[in-house]
Write a protein that binds this ligand. Structure first.
Ligand SMILES: *Cc1c(COP(=O)(O)O)cnc(C)c1O
Length: 397
């Protein structure tokens, strides 16, 4: 394994401090490294493999599509993408979709749609976007410009202009940033990278009211919190506060690189038109077949019910740990998107867990993040808690 790691570090640009493990194959909620050691997965490739690994129906759908046609071009229609679009729009309660290849690209498209909508209203090009502190929307220049972590942006200035930041769950801070030029308010209904931070119903309601009153577009980034993660198909559906534009990615294709931005008919009727946006790969037959099958399997496997049940159980178990250890300050989250907040860095705990066959990830230095496959069982939660508990105990001494 060390030899492979050395080889990797001689060719790959070092933009990640990687864990010292090379995964080779996977099955269900278990990963296996190149030495055959088994790991319980509570990361699912950062919220991607919602259905678990090596799902036969999913694999067969992809293999079938590979043997038919992998790629055409967006200048032609393809059936898998149309089927995928229908199922996604139904689940998302949106009217129009554009498929991208990643979450960041979905954000880029959402920003372009919002700017074009505002441009069509007054012909001006000085419209402002309000995003939130501690948000994460991706690493491309546009997505970075609306990401609320200054250290990610600093070296890459100038960002795209006219972006302002407000505080999560602080309606007054949002109001303070609104001007006649505000064209969109962008937020994650549950912040992921920023520390598993759910928006309150009151906050979302307040923002929605402002948006309706001033014809400001409400954009929800559901790249991480969407696709069943919180126990709802999309996190905003818990409160019924529907955005004008929304993004999806990560679990949307359950392993193939795909994202999407979607919008209501109102936005579609007055924003991007032919020639305004495009993508060579976006929504090609392969990812279309994947998305199509993902929605079928979500239904067939009753994924949302499982998230609600096992998510509540996970919360119970995290509460027990919080009570047990002074070093744990609190836990928060929704469904199978949970965070455990410590009063110290969590890197040692995560490394100790990994050594003992449990894959965990942080969100910020002090928070352990839980993003398991959505098909995990209570037994998996028990197994995870046992290893985590021992890892906390050990790193305390
Ligand atoms: C991961 C993430 C992105 C970026 O997605 P990529 O596919 O990595 O570009 C955007 N928004 C949120 C909320 C994310 O969690």
């Amino acid at each position: 394994m060390q030899q492979i790691i050395n080889q990797a570090e001689s060719v790959l640009l070092h933009t990640y401090n990687r864990f010292q493990v090379v995964f080779d194959h996977a099955d269900g909620v278990k990963l296996y490294d190149v030495n055959g050691k088994e790991y319980l997965d509570f990361v699912s490739g950062i919220g991607v493999f919602a259905l678990g690994y090596n799902n036969k129906e999913y694999n067969d759908a992809l293999k079938g599509q590979i043997d038919k046609i992998l790629h055409t071009s967006n200048y032609y229609y393809n059936v898998p993408a149309i089927n995928a679009a229908e199922k996604l729009l139904k689940a998302a309660q949106m009217d129009r979709v554009f498929f991208t290849n990643s979450g960041a690209e979905a954000i880029e498209g959402a920003i372009k749609a919002a700017r074009k909508y505002a441009y069509n209203k007054d012909g001006q090009t000085d419209h402002e976007i309000i995003a939130l502190e501690h948000s994460f929307h991706g690493r491309t220049m546009g997505a970075l410009s609306v990401t609320g972590t200054p250290k990610y942006r600093e070296a890459f200035q100038p960002m795209i202009g006219y972006v302002k930041f407000a505080e999560m769950n602080d309606l007054e801070s949002v109001k303070a940033q609104i001007t006649d030029k505000t064209c969109a308010i962008l937020l994650e209904p549950v912040q992921g990278e920023g520390g598993i931070y759910p928006a309150t119903e009151e906050f979302l309601k307040g923002i929605k009211e402002i948006c309706e009153e001033k014809d400001i577009l409400l954009i929800f980034d559901e790249v991480q919190c969407g696709m069943g993660r919180t126990g709802y198909m999309f996190a905003w559906q818990k409160f019924g506060i529907r955005p004008d534009i929304m993004t999806s990615a990560k679990a949307l294709g359950c392993g193939v690189p795909v994202g999407a931005f979607m919008m209501t008919q109102k936005v579609a009727d007055s924003s991007l038109v032919a020639g305004d946006h495009g993508s060579t790969y976006g929504g090609n037959p392969l990812v279309g077949a994947a998305i199509d099958k993902v929605f079928d399997l979500f239904e067939k496997q009753n994924v949302l019910a499982n998230v609600q049940e096992v998510g509540a159980y996970l919360e119970e178990k995290l509460e027990e740990l919080t009570v047990k250890y002074d070093t744990i300050l609190l836990h928060r989250g929704a469904g199978l998107m949970q965070g455990l907040v410590f009063d110290k860095p969590v890197a040692d705990i995560i490394n100790e867990a990994l050594a003992n066959g449990l894959v965990l990830i942080n969100a910020g230095t002090h928070i352990i993040r839980f993003l398991p496959p959505l098909v995990i069982s209570k037994k998996d939660v028990d197994a995870m808690i046992a290893i985590l508990d021992a890892a906390i105990e050990k790193t305390l001494c």
